[in-house]
Ligand binder design. Structure first.
Ligand code: HEM
Length: 379
């Protein structure tokens, strides 16, 4: 933990692994309140959340011994990360704005991306003043914690309200809905801080990071209709092992992917089909995150199942990434050759992902009493 100022909840440090339960809670301040009141309200919310894994539950004061121990287990690893959205800096949403400090350049309302169509652009619920990312060992922990946040705000008459919440899960087998391993190539632990830590521009962000949240629908039926070889060419990896593709065998008419042993980082390839795959589009240079233009991001996504309707399951990925600069993510999703001209992979490849909601957040560096507190004028 020492040596960096990234908030807990970005599980990037050597030996860390993101716990499997996720819930994003989005909060807006009520009209007419100032940053200081919001800071105080957030302080109360964060204190309550910090109490849960200590066995201190709002409705059960004085719990001790075995009972407290059980609650500590229930809320094991519950961790809250706080982000500030563009809205908090926006004088047309709040006058004066909740945060008077300079807004980072790329912290703007999310418009969308050329190759990721909105499912319904009018209903983006993922933009808010404040985002709380809750992660924990157990789904019930993040769900109860989110409900306790809403309850605390109401019971104490605090000037924030929950405007949306999105839940998700990680799998023990580390696979996603596509059936492939996800998060295989997420940089060596030693390289991650360079991809994550924000520069001092604006000065208050020095050593913090930025979060992108994209709630992406995956059309599983469309994906499953593709033969396995085609799926592997679109992802750029072998389906069972996760090993990177190195070439394409065209001898039999239908292009067949060739995997190259146990490569995690795909080697450079001259084959246009391999080059058009998702992993190559999403990481072109394989360069260290220090290199200009490397556009490296740290991914920490969580799958979701919304419901099962007459047309089958409605599901997808809560794409969560952390990066030193939101321009990195914008480039990755706008540049042709990267993900600007393909919905996922291929040239241009099939379209089976749509954007349900999304938001960009500044994740200020760790501080006391909480990250970002001084910006909100909390004591
Ligand atoms: C529903 C949407 C998506 C799915 C199902 C998905 C799935 C995957 C899979 C299976 C891999 C290969 C395993 C791995 O290397 O971790 C991967 C890699 C990657 N994806 Fe995605 N992805 C999605 C959207 C995105 C988006 C929107 C971005 C960028 C903004 C992105 C960026 C990356 C990156 C950077 C890699 C690692 C490439 C590498 O370094 O080898 N993905 N993704």
């Amino acid at each position: 933990m020492r040596g960096d100022l990234i908030q807990r909840g970005v599980w990037f440090r050597s030996g860390e692994q993101a716990p499997p339960a996720f819930r994003l809670v989005l909060l807006n301040a009520q009209a007419g309140v100032d940053g200081r009141e919001v800071g105080d309200a957030l302080g109360a919310v964060l204190d309550m959340l910090a109490g849960l894994p200590e066995g201190v539950l709002p409705d059960l004061p004085g719990m001790r011994g075995r009972e407290a121990q059980r609650s500590r287990r229930q809320f094991a690893k519950l961790t809250t990360l706080l982000g500030l959205g563009a809205r908090a800096f926006d004088a047309s949403a709040h006058y004066p704005p909740l945060v008077a400090a300079e807004r980072p350049d790329h912290l703007v309302p999310l418009r969308g991306f050329p190759a990721l169509p909105w499912e319904a652009m009018t209903s983006n619920l993922a933009e808010a003043d404040v985002a709380l990312q809750l992660t924990a060992e157990r789904a019930a922990a993040v769900d109860i914690a989110a409900a306790e946040v809403a309850q605390l705000l109401a019971e104490r008459g605090l000037p924030l309200r929950v405007v949306a919440t999105f839940g998700g899960f990680g799998r023990v087998d580390r696979r996603g809905w596509l059936g492939f391993h996800d998060g295989v190539s997420n940089m060596q632990a030693a390289d991650r801080l360079a991809a994550l830590a924000a520069p001092a521009d604006p000065p208050w962000m020095a050593g913090g990071t930025y979060m992108a949240f994209l709630r992406l629908r995956v059309d599983l039926a469309a994906w499953r209709s593709l033969p396995r070889g085609e799926q592997e060419l679109l992802v750029g990896r072998e389906k069972l092992s996760g090993s990177a593709l190195t070439a394409v065998d065209r001898s039999g008419g239908v292009p067949r992917p060739v995997a190259g042993g146990d490569f995690v980082d795909p080697p450079q390839s001259t084959d246009p089909l391999v080059e058009a795959s998702h992993v190559h589009r999403a990481n072109q240079s394989r360069a260290s995150p220090h290199a200009p233009g490397a556009l490296r991001i740290f991914r920490q996504g969580y799958e979701f199942l919304e419901d099962i309707g007459p047309n089958g399951p409605r599901l997808g990925l809560n794409f969560v990434s952390f990066q030193r600069d939101l321009g990195t993510l914008q480039h990755l999703l706008h540049l042709p050759g990267w993900l600007g001209d393909a919905n996922f992979g291929g040239d241009p490849g099939p379209s089976f992902i749509t954007l349900l909601a999304g938001g960009l957040y500044a994740v200020p560096p760790r501080a006391e009493p909480f990250a970002g507190a001084s910006l909100l004028g909390s004591p």
